[in-house]
Ligand binder design. Structure first.
Ligand SMILES: *[C@@H]1O[C@H](CO)[C@@H](O)[C@H](O)[C@H]1NC(C)=O
Length: 368
């Protein structure tokens, strides 16, 4: 132990140098529904990834919650009336993560993120995206739709409903969820719901594909699913990613089916069987370049233990961090040194803090 500590002392100045001269690209974290950057789970997640990869992480879409301004009582009016009344009386400030992630249409959320990344000087020469659940669709929209945005290099997706989901994310209890549940009882592909409930933008009921393709406003466009609406630019941009890491949670009960995290889904018209990604039309006809990327060896299909977003620290290090650290070949030697220092640093911190490595889920309390 003593000699280990001595080695640490010697290595610490090196660490400082490694951090200062770090050339790793910055990354952004796009959180899931009902979450916000200030929440403990996503804040810790961003901080740990930043530390472990020696890169700058930014959780975007970060503001205060407006949920405290929700009315605490509701009348006995019919539920749909209540919904409409409540929705129109809520403050609609842009950028309130918790509230807007539920009610702001995804295209609008993606436009906001697109403008933010264009304004961020530090992303100029490229950046990586880490998406959580619904945040993955926003991230993909930024890759595909954001004209003039900085280049996205690696895209690491945790529990993303990439091919849609056949069920709405769990909301919970309380007045807010009463509203959401009531909205979902209305027609999900109606203009009203499409304009007021973000998840309706990727709800894909396999037995109702006609309405989905006609009226769902977000995912059909994002996935180039509409025959007469396919845009080669989306494909070109998406297939220029250096790596696409698709992490699926083995016990995910929020995404239906969980294979949607890998772009797997039900066939049109039926709820079984779940098709693996390579057997879907999106892949076979290469609508967005997933096949192109896969054949170039740039898609990593990863399956980890745990429920929705319940990633362990060990799996974060194994499947996310390697794509955030600088891996350019000219820096190989330097980085093998700094990797060593990084590992040592981690050990030093734990010694200093008297911690042992715990492998508990960081994001375990997140809803979606
Ligand atoms: C395809 O998307 C690009 C980028 O958003 C846009 O500039 C272009 O006009 C689109 N093309 C068509 C045919 O819609």
């Amino acid at each position: 132990m003593r000699s280990r500590r001595a080695a640490l002392v010697l290595l610490l100045p090196l660490l400082a140098a490694a951090v200062q001269t770090s050339a790793a690209l910055p990354f952004i974290v796009l959180h899931g529904i009902g979450d916000q950057c200030a929440n403990h789970g996503v804040a810790t997640f961003t901080k740990l990834l930043s530390e472990w990869s020696a890169s700058d992480g930014h959780c975007l879409y970060c503001t205060v919650s407006l949920l405290h301004s929700l009315p605490s009582k509701h009348s006995s009016a019919p539920i749909e009336m209540l919904v409409i009344k409540l929705l129109s009386s809520f403050p609609r400030e842009i950028g309130s993560g918790t509230w807007d992630s539920w009610v702001m249409p995804l295209q609008q959320q993606a436009d906001i993120v697109c403008n933010k990344v264009k304004e961020m000087e530090q992303l100029r020469s490229g950046y990586n995206i880490v998406g959580l659940s619904q945040g993955n669709l926003i991230g993909r929209a930024v890759v595909e739709f954001c004209d003039g945005g900085p280049p996205v290099k690696n895209f690491i997706s945790l529990g993303g409903p990439h091919a849609g989901t056949a069920s709405v994310p769990l909301c919970g209890s309380g007045i807010f969820c009463i509203i959401v549940d009531a909205l979902l009882k209305l027609e999900i592909y109606s203009d009203y719901v499409q304009a007021h409930l973000a998840p309706s933008g990727y709800l894909k009921i396999p037995t109702d594909m006609e309405d989905y393709l006609k009226s769902c406003r977000f995912l059909p466009k994002l996935n180039n699913e509409i025959p007469e609406g396919r845009n080669a630019t989306y494909k070109e941009r998406f297939s220029s990613l250096e790596n696409l890491v698709l992490i699926m949670f083995e016990d995910d009960a929020v995404l239906i089916p969980r294979e949607t995290s890998w772009f797997g889904y039900y066939p049109d018209g039926a709820f079984d069987p779940v098709l693996p990604p390579q057997k879907t039309t999106l892949y076979e006809e290469d609508w967005i370049g997933l096949k192109t990327l896969d054949e170039a060896g740039r898609v990593k299909f990863v399956s980890v233990a745990g429920g929705h977003l319940g990633i362990s620290k060990g799996d974060m290090r194994k499947y996310i961090v390697p794509y955030l650290v600088d891996r350019s070949s000219s820096k190989t030697l330097w980085w093998s040194i700094s990797d060593l220092v990084g590992v040592t640093w981690h050990a030093a911190r734990e010694l200093a803090l008297g911690l042992t490595e715990s492998d508990g889920a960081v994001l375990g309390s997140l809803s979606s």
